[in-house]
Design a protein around this ligand. Structure first.
Ligand code: F6R
Length: 242
């Protein structure tokens, strides 16, 4: 694991942007794995800035998002498809049909998960996966206790995650209790992973992910076994790492 310690959220976003832009320039047809939530928002703003300055094009880029809420369609402002269009895709020159987010309103959710997984295999796998970290150590929506071998599937969200994500909804009752999520087994097949972590609320989970036992109770701890992980974390997030 390579750990890049930065001062704050802004610096985290800029460092991550540089790594991603460099990767896009390096590869002919880069496949990016993307996350939603508060953590990568600043990164997406930075990327838009680089695009507008003419430094990078997304014409040959394909993206796969980690997850989507069950029951929300892409027009719902809290769906992850909406988030991605709104925060990134509509501001850059990516073709929307090269952007993939699991369909949370598919008639057959299991088939949707299998197809999603297949699609990733068909394009040759993810070159660079961006991850955020849950306060309970989750990656994507793989909650503590999820098997390290898990594949893309319908998952139940824990109370802690519902409460964390409640800030985006009018009430906790409106937060979907299930999601479609890439599995841990799927995520760690990415050739390279960048984990972004900011803020003290993530400090405990991050310290366990870096120095703790590798255990399914702390999903992010599996990253210790991946050969090409870069953690970009700010001082607050790293405050419990010895
Ligand atoms: C989002 C995702 C989640 C988040 C995590 C942190 O696509 O997969 O694992 O990365 O819940 O969320 P934020 O960034 O909102 O603190």
């Amino acid at each position: 694991m390579k750990i890049i310690k930065v001062k704050d959220y802004d610096e985290m976003s800029k460092k991550a942007c540089k790594l991603i832009v460099d990767k896009i320039k390096e590869l002919n047809d880069p496949i990016l794995g993307l996350a939603t939530g508060s953590t990568p928002e600043g990164l997406y703003q930075q990327i838009i800035g680089k695009y507008k300055q003419g430094e990078v094009s997304f014409k040959n880029v394909t993206t796969f998002n980690l997850d989507e809420y069950v029951g929300l369609d892409g027009d719902h402002p809290n769906s992850y498809r909406y988030f991605m269009n709104d925060k990134l895709f509509k501001h850059i020159d990516i073709s929307l049909d090269q952007t993939f987010v699991p369909n949370g309103i598919a008639n057959d959710l299991k088939a949707e998960c299998n197809d999603y997984e297949q699609l990733i295999q068909d394009v040759g796998g993810i070159d660079l996966q961006v991850l955020g970290l849950g306060t309970n150590g989750h990656i994507a929506f793989n909650e503590p206790g999820t098997s390290f071998d898990s594949r893309t599937s319908v998952v139940d969200l824990t109370q802690e995650t519902l409460e964390s994500n409640r800030r985006f909804f009018d009430s906790i009752e409106e937060v979907p209790t299930q999601a479609l999520s890439m599995g841990i087994g799927s995520v760690i097949e990415a050739k390279e992973i960048i984990l972004l972590v900011s803020g003290e609320s993530k400090a405990k989970a991050l310290s366990l992910a870096i120095n703790g036992e590798i255990t399914e109770d702390l999903p992010a701890s599996i990253l210790q076994q991946h050969d090409h992980v870069t953690i970009i974390a700010d001082e607050a997030a790293l405050s419990q790492v010895k």
